[in-house]
Design a binder for this molecule. Structure first.
Ligand code: C2E
Ligand code: CA
Ligand code: CA
Length: 579
């Protein structure tokens, strides 16, 4: 592959792009030729008609031939002016030449006594001035446009093309359906250079990075056709073309990687930097310019995040999931910081349909008012280590609400709250619950804490300690989602629990087979032997309800009798209910 030739091609594409940006289009050379031909034809007509005394009849009127000379001299002058307006420097040279050539001829005419040359000379001189004024003015406008164009497409600090130029080139490539790789480059720990060595030093590092990259791109050292630009801060972008395989793309990126890793000597300081590279290829990964950029940035961020010795990553669709979770993480952080976590209350009933209490379920909307599912925001809060704040927000709000209702009605309803095991294990959990009881006025026996079975067993010893403390305070403990983990009843015996919540998946299976029904029946009997009450979760159908009644299930929580409710509806339910 002839890379040098390729680089010429790159420049042509870029020049075209830049020209379009400056809205400056060159008029093709044939326009100049046509104008010159018209000019010479007019000059010929003038010379043939100027001295003629002939008269021809035109539309019944006499027409003096010499008057045509005046008309065509205007046409000739117009051609001269158009040449300089549309044809830049060549137009200017051509027009000045023809004007200058005429002058001696006219002067000779005047000397020979042909005074008719006088107006011609005068108009020639005027045209000359007009041509000069237009040309000088055009030059100024062009220089200004050139400066504007450079500013619009060049990064001031490094002199590299900027992000705008890069996206223009990407658009061009997409439009021509030409394969390319878009590479996002981000310097590692650049902030620490700025922080420790100052802004000036940071700038010099950015300039050095640019010059190393430019050298590879301009001299075709990578074996592919490359276009490097600075997007902003310590982010650069590379567009790779003329490659024959993904390996060639990676080889090119490695070239840049090692160039950046070479020692830098700036102001007497030795510096070592490195960068992360994420890339996507057109058209395989995407055929859209913005998506290509986003994908390469996603790959770059991922390689940064995993912080391994490998600094180059090709985009894969799995990365989008990570990006999505990043968006959720930000929303959760925002909601927590702005007290935007709310709660719903799902009623729990005993088997005779008498209200037992409510489970508080966290609810969240993002800043645009879109509802986010707990299946998304609970794991995000756990990932972020913010689940305890989220739990507490729900506990506080729901306990204050239910506490008030209990005071108003004297009701014996139970408030069930969900505790993440991560939260439960934190020192100070029992103190938090203690102050929750005090502040809300809920009697301890009317507060129930739900802990998921599987995680509870994984951290059994530590959990048992904490649960015993809670139990001693008189609080009820529920084992949540029973059936999704080990389903080991004997194991659960070691926890001071009061109630078992059979997971929806078990309840759903009861419809499928008799053996599933028998299995749930066995769980309920064994739970009763262990002195545990049982709630069936996620009951939706009458048939399930009948079965659960027959196998002596104690309580029901499910859409069949009640969905999670906002506070006013929960209050109305309690007021209208029989407790
Ligand atoms: P969970 O503790 O098992 O809560 C029951 C979930 O099942 C709730 O989903 C509820 O709306 C849903 N559900 C109840 N009955 C039915 C039914 O008949 N059919 C169907 N299809 N679904 C039913 P939700 O509100 O989406 O909560 C999901 C999970 O999020 C909860 O499962 C719990 O593990 C977690 N969660 C909710 N609030 C909190 C909280 O404040 N703190 C913590 N740590 N986790 C919470
Ligand atoms: Ca629960
Ligand atoms: Ca559950």
């Amino acid at each position: 592959m002839d890379v040098k030739k390729g680089n010429g091609n790159k420049n042509r594409i870029l020049d075209r792009t830049l020209e379009r940006l400056a809205n400056r289009r060159k008029v093709p050379i044939y326009v100049l030729v046509v104008l010159l031909l018209i000019y010479f034809a007019s000059a010929l007509i003038i010379s043939l008609t100027a001295g003629s005394q002939k008269v021809v009849m035109f539309g019944g009127n006499p027409l003096y031939i010499y008057t045509l000379a005046g008309v065509f001299s205007s046409v000739a002058n117009l051609c001269i002016v158009l040449m300089v307006i549309f044809c830049g420097k060549p137009g200017f040279i051509a027009s000045i030449t023809v004007l200058l050539v005429q002058i001696p001829m006219m002067i000779i005419g005047i000397i020979n006594g042909t005074l008719s040359s006088m107006p011609g000379l005068f108009s020639n001189a005027l045209t000359f001035i007009v041509v000069l004024v237009i040309y000088v003015n055009n030059r100024k406008v062009e220089e200004y446009q050139q400066r504007m164009q450079e500013q619009a497409t060049t990064d001031v600090l490094t002199g590299l093309p900027n992000g705008f130029a890069s996206t223009e080139l990407l658009d061009e490539m997409v439009r021509h359906n030409k394969p390319f790789a878009s590479v996002a480059i981000d310097v590692n720990n650049f902030k620490s250079i700025n922080d420790t060595m100052g802004f000036d030093m940071g700038n010099k590092v950015l300039i050095e990075i640019a010059s190393r990259c430019r050298k590879i791109a301009d001299e075709g050292l990578s074996g592919t056709l490359d276009f490097i630009s600075r997007i902003n801060g310590d982010e650069y972008s590379l567009i790779i073309r003329n490659y024959d395989s993904i390996e060639a793309v990676e080889k090119t990126i490695k070239k840049y990687e090692s160039a950046l890793e070479e020692k830098m000597l700036i102001d007497g300081y030795e510096l070592f930097i490195n960068a992360c590279f994420g890339y996507a290829v057109f058209p395989e990964d995407s055929t859209d310019r913005n998506t290509m950029i986003n994908y390469s940035v996603a790959a770059m961020k991922e390689v940064k995040r995993i912080n391994s010795s490998e600094h180059i990553m090709h985009f894969t669709p799995e990365l989008l999931k990570d990006q999505k979770s990043l968006v959720i993480d930000n929303k959760v952080r925002f909601a927590l910081e702005n007290d935007m976590i709310g709660f719903n209350l799902q009623p729990q009933y005993d088997i005779s349909h008498k209200l037992r209490g409510f489970e508080a379920l966290a609810r969240m909307k993002d800043s645009e008012g879109n509802v986010i599912s707990p299946a998304e925001f609970i794991p995000a809060a756990e990932r972020l280590g913010m689940i305890d704040s989220l739990d507490l927000m729900v506990y506080r709000k729901s306990a204050m609400f239910i506490g008030e209702l209990i005071r108003k009605t004297g009701s014996g309803i139970i408030l069930s709250i969900n505790a993440s095991v991560k939260h439960l294990m934190k020192s100070g959990f029992s103190e938090e619950i203690h102050s929750l009881l005090k502040d809300s006025g809920i009697p301890a026996k009317q507060l129930e804490i739900e802990i998921t079975e599987s995680i509870l067993i994984e951290s059994a010893e530590k959990a048992a300690d904490c649960l015993n403390k809670l139990k001693n305070m008189g609080i009820r403990i529920a084992i949540d989602d029973f059936g999704t983990g080990y389903s080991s009843l004997s194991y659960l015996n070691s926890f001071p629990s009061d109630i078992l919540k059979i997971d929806k998946s078990f309840i759903d299976k009861m419809n499928d087979s008799d053996s599933s029904k028998k299995y749930v029946e066995a769980i309920i009997s064994l739970a009763h032997v262990l002195d545990l009450e049982v709630i069936a979760e996620g009951v939706e159908e009458q048939e399930q309800l009948e079965t659960l009644r027959n196998i002596h299930c104690d309580h029901i929580q499910g859409f069949i009798w009640g969905k999670p409710l906002p506070q006013n509806e929960a209050e109305a339910l309690l007021m209208g209910g029989s407790l």
